[in-house]
Design a binder for this molecule. Structure first.
Ligand SMILES: [Cu+2]
Length: 543
């Protein structure tokens, strides 16, 4: 029995002997303690316990985050230079190249960066330049690949022709080393978006390739005292300051005492040990009492969920991934999964001369395991004087035209996980692992209800390309769904473990093979990607 179990867990190529399995080979007598069919049968193993491949396992703890003392560093991200004098057209150049970054003070970290090809400075940083345009602008961005490997740029959340979506071979090939490509599209739906590669995203995004993309409304917005674009990220550094991973090989190992352990990366994705705000670890940001700031936040991390709280303050949420809310809501915490965005107003009510910490709180995204403590993301430092009279929060709301959920879903996506060859965990959609997938089918103009069924015990942030959607109902897997009353425009939604989420969307304009996938990049690269083939409605196809 030991041999076959070994082959299952470690793959046929692994030398399966009693010695290699450690004490596990001697556990045949009490195998019933380790076998399982349901997750709860493993809970005696403590935090991180799971049932995988019919065996109880426990997960490694998450990496411990290092938070140094705050640094007084400017965190604003410079805008990408527009070389076209016509305000209706934006022409910019992004050069993708290798460069060292200083993540830890005095330590050089080899990384990848987007550099503004028209900037006069050689200074580089990650995130890449802020692309900042008004809706209706024709955007033309030439991407020059100076890496030694192919890359693409995916404009996350933007609605554009399929050729401009940056997914390799869908239908255009990736940009080869030394080559360039000009992406052309119109900016629609004002909100904060972001851009990143869709070629080995787990590696290239982690190494620094991502940047913010702001689309502003064509009518002037109410004034705030300050607007901050905050790109939150984390990065996993080794003792020499190098970016580690991705992990290859089995997702499991055998502890000295014979216990089966699942690696954190193999199961949860690569979570970092440094937290970054616009590329800076723990910046100190000066603020003034009596002001109102607008923070537009994107989570560009591979896998980390930020559960944000600001000591002594609340957040007034005014916008979501792909548009403003109809009604602002005040909250004390914001959960932001990879690639989600949030638009908030923060009233600076702290005492003059005081400070406040923006932290990410422990969040269990599955298997009863989370960070052990709060980690500080940035520190606010209040000036010694205040604004008087104090500003009041402006009204940034806008109506959200509600889409209607149908009684039966048109598209169903089941999320699952399984042990696959080589001992890795494969994350599947409709029991298929990318790239061996059967496309869903749709047509432009059809308003369709999607049902996402998460059959795993962990959260997956589901992202659909080429459109935006409204979550309309959600509830426990197999149980009653509860309508979502406050509608918002999303392109990424967190589906909790054993949860069903329904959303409604319309591919209004652009046919093509559009991707959908888990935005934990390691899950996507380990199978959790699929596609929908959207035909033009004038093909004669009806729905
Ligand atoms: Cu996932």
């Amino acid at each position: 029995m030991g041999t076959s179990l070994c082959a299952l867990f470690f793959g046929a190529s692994f030398a399966c002997t009693g010695t290699d399995l450690g004490n596990d080979a001697g556990r045949d007598d009490d195998d019933e303690l380790l076998t399982c069919t349901e997750e709860h049968e493993c809970h005696d193993l403590g935090p991180g316990a799971m049932c995988m491949g019919g065996r109880c396992m426990r997960m490694d703890p998450p990496p411990v985050v290092v938070v140094p003392d705050p640094r007084d560093v400017e965190i604003d991200i410079a805008p990408l230079i527009d070389t076209n004098p016509d305000p209706a057209v934006f022409d910019g150049t992004l050069i993708v190249e290798s460069a060292p970054l200083e993540i830890d003070v005095g330590v050089s970290t080899p990384a990848f960066v987007y550099r503004d090809g028209n900037a006069l400075t050689d200074a580089v940083r990650s995130p890449g330049p802020r692309i900042d345009v008004v809706e209706g602008t024709l955007v033309r961005i030439t991407v020059v690949n100076d890496l030694d490997e192919p890359t693409t740029v995916h404009w996350h959340g933007l609605i554009l022709p399929i050729e401009m979506d940056g997914v390799p071979d869908m239908p255009l090939p990736p940009i080869a080393p030394g080559e360039s490509f000009t992406y052309v599209f119109e900016a629609k739906n004002p909100a904060l978006y972001w851009y990143h590669p869709h070629f080995r995203s787990d590696v290239q995004n982690e190494r620094g390739l991502h940047g913010p993309f702001v689309i502003r409304p064509s009518v002037a917005e109410p004034v705030v005292d300050a607007e901050r674009i905050l790109v939150l990220d984390d990065i996993l550094l080794d003792d020499d300051g190098a970016i580690t991973g991705p992990e290859e090989g089995s997702s499991h190992h055998v502890a000295d005492d014979g216990e089966l352990l699942m690696t954190w990366v193999g199961m949860m994705g690569r979570q970092g040990n440094r937290l970054l705000v616009n590329g800076v670890v723990h910046p100190r940001v000066p603020v003034k009492r009596g002001t109102v700031e607008r923070w537009r936040i994107v989570n560009s991390a591979n896998a980390r969920f930020f559960l944000l709280a600001l000591d002594g303050h609340t957040f007034t949420v005014v916008g979501s991934d792909a548009g403003p809310l109809a009604n602002a809501r005040t909250v004390e915490e914001i959960l932001l999964a990879p690639s989600e965005r949030v638009d908030v107003l923060v009233e600076m009510t702290g005492a003059v001369g005081s400070s406040a910490s923006l932290v990410t709180r422990p969040h269990d995204r599955g298997h009863n395991i989370a960070d052990p403590v709060d980690y500080t993301v940035l520190t606010l430092a209040y000036d010694d004087d205040e604004k008087s009279p104090a500003s009041t929060a402006p009204d940034l709301s806008a109506p959200v035209q509600e889409l209607v959920e149908s009684a039966a879903p048109h598209q169903i996506v089941q999320m699952n996980e399984e042990l696959v060859r080589g001992g890795r965990v494969g994350f599947s959609l409709n029991e298929e692992l990318w790239p061996d997938v059967t496309p869903l089918l749709s047509t432009t103009g059809a308003t369709e209800t999607w049902e996402l069924e998460n059959r795993t015990h962990m959260e997956h942030p589901f992202h659909l390309h080429g459109t935006r959607f409204q979550v309309t109902s959600r509830g426990p897997l197999g149980g009653p769904l509860v309508p979502v009353v406050e509608r918002e425009w999303k392109d990424t939604v967190v589906v909790e473990g054993e949860e069903t989420v329904r959303f409604v969307t319309t591919y209004e304009e652009y046919p093509g093979h559009w991707m959908f996938h888990c935005h934990i990049f390691e899950h996507g690269e380990n199978g959790m990607m699929g596609m929908i083939e959207v035909s033009g409605s004038d093909d004669g196809t009806t729905h």
